[in-house]
Design a protein around this ligand. Structure first.
Ligand code: AHG
Ligand code: MN
Ligand code: MN
Length: 339
């Protein structure tokens, strides 16, 4: 048995080793990319430690500021954002960062050294922080066009469709801290061992079940859903369909993590309050869609594939429906009857 197999047996494959080990499998999984990813895992470990002590440290509640979306920033939103900025700034190969909490992208480096773009939702599920419900971090990695190396129109560098992502992942700060990532050849999952401060390989090539028993949606918006969405949800509640069980945490990362492992469907469709959907394309829908497809799931905006949407602004919103093939097929059938 080779050394790696021995370590795998003993549960000692760290995420950095996993990336490097796949170097031959994917041009992106080079030392340079692994070094970038270690900036994200360092930030994740710091944020995880803060989230787990939030009640003790003075980091709960409002930060007293609003972000570009007019949402009240939580102290942990700001802290998580700052942590990611600092951890990525010293990687030397990140040229641009963009965040839900930053109005505009930040140019960290011009020239070839700044080849990567990292976009993130530093803390997803903010409304759940103060009530001790799982929250998360979502990230997406793109590559700068060489032509963009020296101009300062950072937004145009960032606005790439989701199928151009080199990598995507999330960290869910739940009963344990779990990191999932993909570089386009499968979805792999790691659990943080707080005793050694390392993300240890838990599941390789995770597959979303073909079908599941859960639907996940905020039914408070039911009356403003399209007829097709309403018909689908009514079907879920029939004996013929199961019925399905409803599960909704209100943190996208936690709701997606469950959908990924148990199957079923998550929906945040257009609503009266958010006619274009609530979730943001660049740092919520795109990374989640990349991960879902890598695990055999599907992700649409109700009309087309999320990863093919052409972004027009950094913080644009989109409806997001993501889940197992069986549920997505039934949903698409119901929605195709809408005018
Ligand atoms: P964020 O905390 O980054 O703003 O994201 C919150 C999002 C997402 O996590 C979740 O799926 C959704 O808001 C919940 O929205 P509702 O409270 O409207 O259901
Ligand atoms: Mn979010
Ligand atoms: Mn957020």
């Amino acid at each position: 048995m080779c050394a790696t197999d021995v370590r795998r047996e003993s549960g000692l494959i760290t995420i950095e080793e996993h990336i490097l080990g796949r170097q031959s499998a994917h041009p992106t999984a080079t030392g340079s990319f692994s070094w970038l990813l270690s900036g994200i895992t360092l930030a994740a470990r710091i944020i995880s430690a803060k989230v787990r002590r939030a009640g003790i440290l003075d980091i709960l509640g409002d930060a007293g500021e609003s972000n570009i979306h007019g949402e009240q920033q939580q102290k942990l939103d700001v802290l998580a954002n700052k942590t990611l900025e600092l951890c990525l700034a010293y990687r030397g190969n990140v040229g641009i960062i963009a965040s839900e909490e930053l109005d505009e992208p930040t140019v960290l480096a011009t020239g070839a050294s700044g080849r990567y773009i990292v976009i993130f939702d530093p803390l997803d599920g903010s409304s759940n922080i103060d009530v001790n419900v799982s929250v998360g971090t979502i990230f997406s990695v793109l590559e700068r066009e060489p032509a963009g190396f020296n101009h300062h129109d950072a937004v145009s560098d960032v606005l790439q469709p989701g199928h151009r992502q080199l990598a995507a992942g999330y960290i869910v700060y739940g009963s344990s801290t779990v990191l999932a990532y993909t570089v386009g050849e499968g979805l792999h999952m790691f659990t943080l061992d707080p005793s050694v401060g390392a993300f240890i390989l838990a599941n390789e090539n995770v597959r979303m079940p073909e079908t599941g028993k859960y639907f996940s949606v905020n039914e408070g918006n039911y009356n403003s859903f399209s007829p097709g969405i309403q018909r689908f949800l009514q079907w879920c509640k029939t004996e013929e369909a199961g019925p399905y069980s409803a599960r909704y945490i209100g943190s996208l990362v936690a709701d997606f993590h469950r959908t990924l492992l148990r199957g079923g469907i998550f929906l945040y469709p257009s609503t009266a309050k958010a006619p274009g959907g609530k979730l943001r394309l660049m740092y919520e829908a795109n990374p989640i869609a990349f991960l879902a497809e890598q695990a055999g799931g599907e992700a649409t905006d109700g009309r087309g594939r999320i990863l093919e949407k052409i972004p027009t602004s950094l913080h644009e919103r989109t409806p997001l429906i993501v889940g197992s093939p069986a549920e997505m097929e039934r949903l698409n059938r119901e929605m195709s009857q809408d005018s």
